[in-house]
Design a protein around this ligand. Structure first.
Ligand SMILES: *[C@@H]1O[C@H](CO)[C@@H](O)[C@H](O)[C@H]1NC(C)=O
Ligand SMILES: *[C@@H]1O[C@H](CO)[C@@H](O)[C@H](O)[C@H]1NC(C)=O
Ligand SMILES: *[C@@H]1O[C@H](CO)[C@@H](O)[C@H](O)[C@H]1NC(C)=O
Ligand SMILES: *[C@@H]1O[C@H](CO)[C@@H](O)[C@H](O)[C@H]1NC(C)=O
Ligand SMILES: *[C@@H]1O[C@H](CO)[C@@H](O)[C@H](O)[C@H]1NC(C)=O
Ligand SMILES: *[C@@H]1O[C@H](CO)[C@@H](O)[C@H](O)[C@H]1NC(C)=O
Ligand SMILES: *[C@@H]1O[C@H](CO)[C@@H](O)[C@H](O)[C@H]1NC(C)=O
Ligand SMILES: *[C@@H]1O[C@H](CO)[C@@H](O)[C@H](O)[C@H]1NC(C)=O
Length: 420
């Protein structure tokens, strides 16, 4: 090209671009939504919920951990409860009774120093999960721990940490103090009721210990004998990452440590799901973006070599975003929050990849999932990260009631997995 022709083309280009609009309306922007629209199922105007469980007939249940909101710690006369049924679109009722949600004298034993969780096996102290198993039975996982009015998380006392099968006459499994330590935090539970997984033939439960004090591990329960044991204690896969920092809606989520300088989110193994065939267990720490799994046979084994065998059998599936609860469907997909994307994602074990299923600005902290036999994925969105447990320059408690349950249809006619 000659020099004069080049100058003519350049000048023409300048003239044309001068006529182009100068406005952000020309720019593509994040649409904010993706996937099937959210269907509103319930609004909570009272206690602060984390879990959601849907029964085969569509009854809905939630838990309210006094460990995460001191106003929900049961004290005589304050009418609080840690387990409730969602009886209308906007109201809840203590479940299975107000009495079992009302430990005599309250959830905290103030006669010990320091105060401790009341050691009652016949009352709920502070529940972190309610889960419906394949036989449509409700199970309550009690941490035995709650917060005092000044935000101190008390240690558990024997009798407090337990797994309670509600629909059975008495199927309370109390954990020994060598399985649930005083500073354990029994977080979430999954059931495999297949007869062949144990000698006793009544199935097993797998439980995460998310203890912010660092007692992280996985607890296995033989539902036939009531025996329980731990694996992977303190292994990096159940621990939060050092100096882990995530964001929600642009705000960094540092941990608010009552009476101390703020620090990092130190929640360990929390979200948990069995694979659709029950042969693999998936989990993740809240303070980590890495997804891990292990063959369940390695966890059920409690022989002399079982711990080293278990540690050698862990798979790291890479990063899948920030999550709390997990759930599986009949497609085999492992659903989980991807909160920093205002989203729910799923990991497909068949091809090893993770993707987004739903995005919506209504989504913040996606706490817990429950798949229904009606083909829907139910989940709570509870602003946990806007609450007093997280430090923010924007203020100590930015939560705004109500909190919500939503549902979306499962893909490819997916439904609840029934391992029995
Ligand atoms: C607890 O209740 C008190 C009194 O009603 C209220 O001022 C405070 O904001 C509540 N705190 C939380 C975390 O909800
Ligand atoms: C609950 O919400 C559903 C869906 O919007 C509605 O059909 C139903 O009438 C509501 N129930 C009550 C008791 O308000
Ligand atoms: C409270 O602590 C005292 C002193 O350790 C003990 O005797 C009592 O059984 C405890 N009560 C409960 C409900 O845990
Ligand atoms: C149920 O069983 C547990 C554990 O054996 C025991 O501690 C508790 O007292 C029993 N509760 C009732 C109501 O029988
Ligand atoms: C249990 O039985 C199922 C078939 O019902 C089989 O697929 C599975 O491998 C068995 N698991 C064990 C641990 O034996
Ligand atoms: C919180 O209150 C308990 C008594 O209820 C007390 O033992 C503890 O020292 C207090 N902690 C702080 C940080 O004030
Ligand atoms: C992995 O599987 C999911 C679910 O079937 C699918 O949406 C995705 O496209 C697959 N990814 C790849 C890379 O094949
Ligand atoms: C879902 O089930 C319906 C009715 O059985 C069927 O018509 C439809 O093709 C199925 N959809 C998918 C994606 O499998």
């Amino acid at each position: 090209m000659s020099a004069s022709r080049f100058l003519a083309v350049a000048a023409f280009g300048l003239l044309c671009s001068a006529q182009r609009p100068f406005s952000t309306s020309e720019l593509i922007r994040d649409p904010g939504v993706y996937g099937p629209p959210l269907e509103l199922v319930h609004l909570y105007y009272d206690s602060f919920p984390t879990g959601i469980a849907v029964s085969a007939s569509g009854r809905l249940f939630s838990n309210y951990p006094g460990a995460l909101d001191q106003n929900d710690t049961y004290a005589p006369g304050n009418g609080r409860y840690t387990i409730a049924e969602l009886v209308s679109n906007t109201t809840e009722s203590p479940y299975p009774s107000a009495a079992i949600n009302s430990p005599p004298g309250g959830a905290i034993n103030y006669t010990t120093y320091p105060p401790s969780g009341a050691g009652y096996s016949d009352y709920f102290i502070g529940s972190q999960s309610i889960v419906i198993d394949a036989l449509d039975r409700a199970w309550v996982l009690d941490t035995g721990r709650v917060q005092t009015p000044n935000g101190t998380l008390v240690y558990a006392t024997y009798g407090g940490p337990k797994l309670v099968g509600i629909t059975l006459t008495n199927n309370t499994i109390v954990f020994p103090t060598t399985v649930a330590f005083p500073d354990s935090y029994l977080n979430d539970v999954r059931f495999d009721l297949r007869k062949n997984v144990t000698a006793s033939g009544k199935g097993v439960a797998y439980i995460t210990d998310s203890s912010v004090e660092g007692r992280n591990g996985i607890i296995i329960v033989d539902l036939g004998t009531g025996e329980s044991w731990r694996h992977l204690d303190g292994h990096p896969s159940v621990r939060p990452e050092q100096q882990y920092l995530s964001f929600q809606w642009g705000v960094p989520l540092y941990a608010n440590n009552a009476g101390k300088p703020f620090g990092y989110n130190s929640f360990g193994a929390d979200g948990i799901s069995l694979s659709a065939d029950g042969e693999t267990l998936f989990w993740k720490a809240v303070g980590s973006r890495y997804l891990f799994s292990i063959p369940t046979a390695r966890l059920r084994d409690n022989s002399a070599t079982s711990e080293v065998m278990a540690q050698g059998a862990i798979t790291n599936h890479g990063q899948t975003g920030q999550s709390d609860g997990f759930e599986v469907d009949s497609n085999g997909y492992i659903y989980h929050g991807n909160m920093e994307q205002n989203a729910i994602g799923f990991f497909n074990p068949a091809n090893g990849t993770d993707q987004i299923y739903v995005r919506d600005p209504l989504i913040n902290w996606v706490d817990t999932f429950s798949t229904g036999t009606d083909g829907y994925l139910y989940f709570t969105v509870n602003q946990l990260d806007f609450g007093p447990g997280f430090y923010s320059n924007a203020g100590p408690d930015r939560r705004v009631k109500p909190w919500a349950v939503f549902r979306v249809p499962l893909p490819y006619n997916g439904t609840k997995v029934l391992l029995c």
